[in-house]
Design a protein around this ligand. Structure first.
Ligand SMILES: Nc1ncnc2c1ncn2[C@@H]1O[C@H](COP(=O)(O)OP(=O)(O)OP(=O)(O)O)[C@@H](O)[C@H]1O
Ligand SMILES: [Mg+2]
Length: 151
């Protein structure tokens, strides 16, 4: 079963907060697949995860490395596939290790490797909204919220 949530944020801080809320409901290990046009807030969302995990370093897109690893608990792996254009290229670079690893793997431009993503991947899609700071963010996941199970 798949659950689809629609959110609207009106500032980078709002997107950080949404990421922090999502984090609370995640069952580890997990892959977060972020898609959306340039500048829609994929990196901003991952910054929100890092902040919620207590990571001190500023999160920027991993420009020179494919993967940026944050030593949080659980660990956060930030992957940016902007320069990757095929599944083969991603596999050649060893990306599959992060798709079945521990912790949280958050992937920008994840739509480039759709076929490689695990079944329980959480899909996050970002779109610009009606105003300059508005973002429409959908979160789609394949299983119910684990908190709901515990209730
Ligand atoms: N509601 C919002 N949520 C997220 N970012 C916002 C919002 N409003 C304004 N912004 C601004 O939009 C920009 C988003 O940039 P960010 O680098 O996160 O996008 P991106 O999707 O990772 O882009 P790229 O495709 O280049 O990697 C930032 O400058 C941020 O301050
Ligand atoms: Mg980015």
């Amino acid at each position: 079963m798949s659950i689809l949530e629609h959110h609207t944020t009106t500032s980078p801080y709002g997107t950080h907060r949404l990421a922090g809320e999502l984090l609370k409901s995640l069952k580890m290990p997990v892959v977060l697949a972020l898609s959306g046009d340039l500048g829609t807030g994929k990196t901003c969302f991952i910054q929100g995860l890092a902040i919620a995990l207590g990571v001190d370093d500023a999160v920027t897109s991993p420009t020179y490395t494919l993967v940026q690893e944050y030593d949080s608990e659980p660990p956060l792996y930030h992957i940016d596939l902007y320069r990757i254009h095929s599944n083969q290229e991603a596999l050649y670079l060893g990306l599959d290790e992060y798709l079945e690893g521990e912790g949280i793997t958050a992937i920008e431009w994840a739509d480039r490797i759709t076929d490689l993503l695990p079944k329980n991947t959480v899909h996050i899609t970002l779109k610009s909204g009606a105003t300059v700071n508005e973002r429409k963010i959908t979160i789609q996941r394949s299983t119910p919220n684990p908190e709901a199970d515990e209730a």
